[in-house]
Design a binder for this molecule. Structure first.
Ligand code: KG4
Ligand code: ZN
Length: 340
C-alpha cells in the first residue's frame, strides 16, 4: 500500500512515498537559508517558498513511481503555520481529485511520535511496538508528554505553557547573536566548553508536581543576565553562556521526564522532534532510562528528528488500515492549533 505524503507545516517542503513503515523516497527542501537573516521563520516567505517548490518536490519524490502505484494521498493538517499548511493541503486535494485517490489527514505531532518506527526501504530497523509508551515531543513549536497507549491512541499529560524547548534555544541563540536555528549552534559551542554549567541558570517549573513546562521565564532571566553583563564589559564567554543555557533547558526536560516516569510507571520512552537531534540530550535521556531499567527510542534515522513527510506517510498507513479517510475533501482545512 503506497502512500504519497506531504508536509508543509513550517519551513520545510517535504514529500515522501511510503509503504507501511518503509520509506521508499523522501525529499526535503529546507527554507532555512531564506529565514536565517530574519532570525526566525517569516510566514509570508515560508508560504511563497512552499508554493514555488511544492511541484518540484512532489516530482522528485515520485520520480521512480507512476501515479498508478500510489494508493492514497496523505497530508499534514496541523499544527503548524497556517499559510504554510495551506500550500500542502491544496496540493494534496489537487492530487487526490486529479487521480481519484482517497485522502488521509495527519496530525504533525503524531508524525514526530511515529518517527521512531520509520524504516528504510529495506525494512530496517526492525523495532517492534510494545505499548504503552511515554512519548515526548521536543521541537521548535512543541514540548509535550503523551501516553501513547496503542496505535493512534494518545493522552497528553503535560505540555509547555508558553515557549517550546526548541523555541527557547532559538531565542537564546538569537540574544547571543548566533543566528537561526539556534539549537545546532548551541550544541556545537557547548562541546567546546569544559564546565558546561558555569552559570547555572534557573530550572523552571521543577517545584510544581505537574508535568507542564514553562521556558519563557528562563529566556527572560537570560535576557536580563546578558543585559547586566553587557553594561559592565563587552559580552564575553559566549560559549559558556550558550552551554549553560542549553544545560538549563535539558536539565529541566530530564527532571520532568523523570517525574513522568515515576507518575505513570512507564519506563519505555519515545522521543521525537528537532531538538532530539542533540547528542547531549540523547545521552542524558539514555542515562535516565537506565536508572529505571527502561528503554528509549529516538527517530530511527537522524533526518527524521526534524520535519519530514516520511513520518506523515507512516502514520497515514496506520490510519488507512483503520479506514480513517477524509470524508469530504472540500471540507478539509488547515488546523494551525491542532492537538493530539
Ligand atoms: O521538529 P522541528 O524541525 O520543527 C518543528 O516542528 O518545530 O524542530 C525545530 C527545532 C528548532 O528549535 C531547532 O533549534 C531545534 O529543533 N534543533 C536542535 C538541534 N537541531 C535542531 N536543538 C538542539 N540541538 C540540535 N542539534
Ligand atoms: Zn515538527
Amino acid at each position: 500500500m503506497n502512500i504519497l505524503a506531504i508536509d508543509t507545516s513550517c519551513d520545510e517542503t517535504s514529500v515522501a512515498i511510503t509503504d507501511g513503515r518503509r520509506v521508499l523516497s523522501n525529499v526535503i527542501y529546507s527554507q532555512v537559508l531564506l529565514h536565517k537573516k530574519w532570525g526566525g521563520v517569516v510566514p509570508s516567505i515560508a508560504k511563497r517558498a512552499h508554493e514555488e517548490k511544492i511541484d518540484f518536490v512532489v516530482e522528485e519524490a515520485i520520480k521512480k513511481f507512476s501515479i498508478k502505484e500510489i494508493d492514497y494521498i496523505a497530508v499534514t493538517q496541523g499544527p503548524g503555520l497556517a499559510v504554510a499548511l495551506e500550500v500542502g493541503i491544496k496540493k494534496a486535494k489537487e492530487l487526490a481529485a486529479a487521480y481519484q485517490k482517497k485522502l488521509i489527514a495527519v496530525n504533525h505531532l503524531e508524525g514526530h511520535i511515529y518517527s521512531a518506527f520509520v524504516q528504510n526501504s529495506q525494512g530496517n530497523p526492525k523495532r517492534d511496538f510494545k505499548f504503552p509508551y511515554l512519548a515526548l515531543i521536543i521541537s521548535g513549536g512543541h514540548t509535550e508528554f503523551v501516553i501513547f497507549r496503542n496505535h493512534l491512541e494518545y493522552e497528553i499529560i503535560g505540555q509547555t505553557l508558553d515557549d517550546a524547548a526548541g523555541e527557547a534555544l532559538d531565542k537564546a541563540a538569537k540574544l547571543l547573536g548566533l543566528g537561526y536555528p539556534g539549537g545546532p549552534v548551541l550544541e556545537r559551542l557547548s562541546k567546546e566548553v569544559k564546565n558546561i554549567d558555569s552559570h547555572s541558570f534557573p530550572r523552571p517549573m521543577l517545584k510544581s508536581k505537574d508535568l507542564n513546562f514553562s521556558f519563557s521565564g528562563l529566556k527572560t532571566s537570560f535576557y536580563y543576565f546578558l543585559k547586566s553583563q553587557a553594561a559592565k564589559t563587552p559580552l564575553s564567554g559566549v560559549k559558556e553562556l550558550a552551554s549553560s543555557f542549553q544545560e538549563a533547558v535539558f536539565d529541566t526536560l530530564i527532571k520532568k521526564t523523570e517525574m513522568a516516569i515515576k507518575q505513570t510507571g512507564i519506563n519505555r520512552l519515545i522521543i521525537g522532534g528537532g531538538v532530539i537531534a542533540n547528542s547531549r540530550l540523547r545521552n542524558l535521556m539514555r542515562s535516565l532510562v537506565k536508572k529505571y531499567q527502561g528503554k528509549v527510542l529516538f527517530p530511527s534515522y537522524k533526518y527524521l528528528a526534524g520535519d519530514n513527510a516520511a513520518m506523515i506517510g507512516i502514520v497515514a498507513g496506520y490510519k488507512a488500515d483503520k479506514k480513517l479517510f477524509v470524508e469530504d475533501i472540500d471540507k478539509l482545512d488547515r488546523t494551525p492549533r491542532m492537538s493530539l
